[in-house]
Design a protein around this ligand. Structure first.
Ligand code: ATP
Ligand code: MG
Length: 424
């Protein structure tokens, strides 16, 4: 068998090669597996290199000086080799999926083909020995890579019934790799949706985010809709009919590629901020993400501000926060591009104005005022009292109107005038 050229030229990190060489010296089988083989064959440098071996976890631990038993119950040990973390997992098969979520039992195996046969897709079920260049490809992974197909290993209905996350992974890989689903694989999705429903929301969210961040996010979202997967975890969008395509286009167009920005672009014209937050909670996004998405959804309709004065735009900046201007303008631009491209030029003018106003870091909160609480009380000749809060709000409005007023003397004068007017 001839070795495909990308494998010969591959740049496998030295520590990874050393781990494989050591295991082989001890008489064990050891291969690179999964995503790194797939990506190398496609001509891409993998983000991580996973090693699979016939050595039992205890044997792996004994073979190296520094190890971390990361997922020892599943057979995964992290080897620290020359400062690099290398994940080494014992060949295994998984039996008895009771609930469609996690295998109820893991059996360690001696045969690489057994390990490959429990993997999800043919393109993910190849093993490669980078020392000898042997490639183990029992399910036609190379052929499917060439045909740009995501195809289950074995019966798609069976594999999707074992682990309900796999159909979503199939669509995610199609979007990330710019592949299509093998017809048999796609056809198995609707029938196995009840199993998908049982999958933990965290796992769903992880795959969904990868899809949203992919090059073909729009296509991925369409495929999610067509297969019925979307209706299970984002029914709001699945039932948005015509509008859904536009929302998908907006999300896919949002740059820079960032989960919060893409999510906000997807949701901004679909739901109100409160619903957006509920969706974030349902999909178990981190709180920080949920809050940021909510803020972006709240203010996404920037076209409403096209005719606004500078003071009005500064008040918007005060609500959004300078740190979120970049993200907000990205969301607004993506939305307009998808819905009303003819309004893009006026949107760009507005975005330019917002950036210019933000660039000088104008005072936007009471903390930015040139007078602190003590100075305000001294100027008014009062002690702590509700009037101090009122005065602070008055001064903030003054500097939002005109940032140049944010000088101690100017503010004191304004304050005295305010006090007199109140007294009168
Ligand atoms: P990525 O580049 O997105 O990380 P990957 O192929 O490395 O892609 P992972 O989710 O990291 O994907 O999984 C690593 C490998 O483990 C896969 O290539 C596949 O062989 C196997 N695998 C992962 N999840 C499953 C699953 N749910 N069912 C079967 N095999 C799986
Ligand atoms: Mg991976």
């Amino acid at each position: 068998m001839t070795t495909p050229a990308p494998l010969i030229d591959a740049d496998v990190p030295r520590p990874v090669l050393d781990v494989i060489a050591r295991l082989r010296e001890l008489g064990h089988a050891a291969f690179l597996v999964g995503g790194c083989v797939r990506d190398t064959l496609r001509g891409y440098h993998p983000k991580d290199f996973d090693v699979a071996t016939s050595a039992l976890p205890e044997e792996v631990q004994r073979a190296f000086r520094k190890v971390i038993p990361t997922g020892i119950q599943h057979g995964t040990v992290t080897v620290l080799m020359s400062g690099t973390h290398v994940e080494v997992t014992t060949f295994r098969s998984e039996s008895e999926y009771h609930d469609g979520r996690r295998p109820s039992a893991v059996t360690f195996e001696q045969d690489i083909v057994k390990d490959l046969s429990r993997r999800d897709f043919t393109i993910n079920a190849m093993a490669w020995n980078p020392l000898s260049h042997e490639l183990v490809d029992p399910f036609g992974g190379q052929e499917d890579l060439k045909a740009r197909l995501v195809r289950c290993v074995g019966s798609a209905v069976e594999r999707f019934s074992e682990d309900g996350l796999r159909p979503l992974r199939a669509v995610r890989f199609a979007a990330v790799l710019d592949f299509t689903l093998d017809p048999g694989t796609q056809a198995a999705i609707p029938a196995t949706l009840p199993v998908f429903r049982k999958v933990a929301h965290e796992r769903v969210r992880e795959e969904f985010v990868k899809l949203l961040l992919s090059k073909r996010a729009e296509f991925g979202l369409e495929l999610l809709t067509a297969t019925g997967l979307l209706d299970v975890f984002l029914p709001e969008l699945a039932r948005a009919d015509v509008e859904a395509a536009r929302l998908a286009r907006a999300a896919a167009a949002a740059e820079p590629v960032d989960a919060e920005i893409r999510l906000a672009a997807l949701l901004a014209d679909l739901v109100d901020p409160h619903r957006a937050e509920e969706i974030g909670v349902r999909l178990k996004f981190p709180t920080k993400t949920i809050e940021r998405v909510r803020l972006l959804v709240t203010h996404a309709r920037l076209e409403q501000h096209v005719g606004d004065s500078d003071p009005a735009l500064r008040r918007l900046l005060a609500k959004v926060g300078l740190g979120n201007v970049e993200a907000l303008t990205s969301v607004a631009r993506a939305r307009i591009q998808a819905r009303e491209p003819s309004r893009l030029p006026e949107m760009e003018v507005l975005i330019g104005r917002l950036h210019t106003l933000a660039a000088v870091k104008p005072p936007l909160t009471s903390k930015d005022l040139a007078l602190n609480g003590g100075a305000i009380m001294a100027t008014l000749g009062v002690g702590p009292s509700p009037i101090v809060g009122e005065a602070t709000r008055f001064l903030l409005e003054q500097v939002l109107d005109e940032p140049a007023r944010n000088e101690p003397e100017t503010l004191k004068e304004l304050l005295r005038g305010w006090q007199q007017a109140r007294g009168a």
